[in-house]
Design a protein around this ligand. Structure first.
Ligand SMILES: [Zn+2]
Length: 279
């Protein structure tokens, strides 16, 4: 996988992917160094000063003014959409000094062992960044997510942590394709479509492992929500027998909302058709 290869511009070796990911995973993802600004985003952002838990230095970052954006629905895999901007682009905090990066919700939750691993394996290779402008392009957002995936993989034993970052990166790539597909080449679009799929595949694999190994809730998701997500992701990955298995876990849960169960019945029937075709 070449997911993290563009991090070479931040000081990492070109083979950084092979350190963090398996060979098979390395085949799955890639990156781009192109830059395209998003001036419309600026009016929905504010600057916040954050203290990095790894190096202790304060840095400025952007945060979305939640009160200024309005929900525009949700995709089947729980990706939230908004009318004004794509706030997911701003959901990774990255220290420009030491390179520590993570989803906003996880940024403070770095144990001392986690911090040591970042200081030992990430910071010495990180050359630092100088941010320009007052917003992030999708390509910059993707690079920040990749740094977060690197730090998750290096520093955390919680496989769900990387799973959620990968899932959100797939959402960011989808947002990129929806909003800027007319501004990018056909080749780039095909690459991004392949990346979105591969990020979802990585998220599916890791969330499935997390569900079998970690205590609930997982990334804030109760059993109904994680099994709903796994049924949708497994269906997208054509793992139809697993789709049916996860759906029956939700259907058998007395506390699961009826509207979630109703939504999954249609997916179960579609998955059953494929499973019959496989037999
Ligand atoms: Zn730092």
């Amino acid at each position: 996988m070449k997911l993290l290869s563009e991090l070479s511009s931040l000081g990492f070796d070109n083979d950084i992917d092979t350190i963090v990911f398996t060979e098979q995973e390395n085949e799955m993802l890639y990156g781009s160094s192109k830059r395209r600004r998003s001036p419309n985003d600026t009016q929905y952002l504010l600057v916040k000063t954050i203290e990095c838990p790894c190096c202790g230095i304060d840095f400025d970052t952007y945060a979305v003014r939640a009160g200024k954006i309005t929900p525009a629905g949700q995709d089947d895999d729980l990706r939230p959409r908004f009318n004004e901007i794509d706030p997911l682009k701003y959901d990774v905090l990255m220290c420009p000094i030491c390179g520590y990066a993570s989803l906003v919700k996880n940024f403070e939750s770095a144990t001392s062992i986690f911090k040591d691993k970042i200081r030992e394996h990430v910071s010495p290779h990180f050359t630092g960044i100088v941010e320009e402008g007052f917003n992030y392009s999708y390509d910059e957002a993707i690079m920040r997510y990749k740094m977060a995936i690197l730090c998750d993989a290096v520093g955390s034993d919680m496989i769900s942590r990387r799973a959620f970052t990968c899932l959100k990166l797939s959402w960011v790539i989808r947002g990129y394709l929806e909003s800027e597909s007319d501004k990018i080449t056909l080749r780039r679009r095909k690459e991004l479509e392949a990346d979105e799929y591969d990020c979802m595949q990585l998220a599916y694999k890791d969330f499935a492992k997390a569900y079998s190994e970690e205590k609930l809730p997982i990334c804030g998701m109760d059993e109904t929500t994680i099994c709903y997500l796994l049924s949708v992701l497994s269906y997208k990955m054509k793992d139809y027998k697993e789709t049916i298995r996860y759906i029956y876990i939700v259907l058998g849960n007395k506390t699961a909302p009826q509207k979630v169960k109703d939504k999954l019945l249609g997916l179960r029937d579609k998955a059953k058709v494929y499973v019959k075709g496989e037999d």
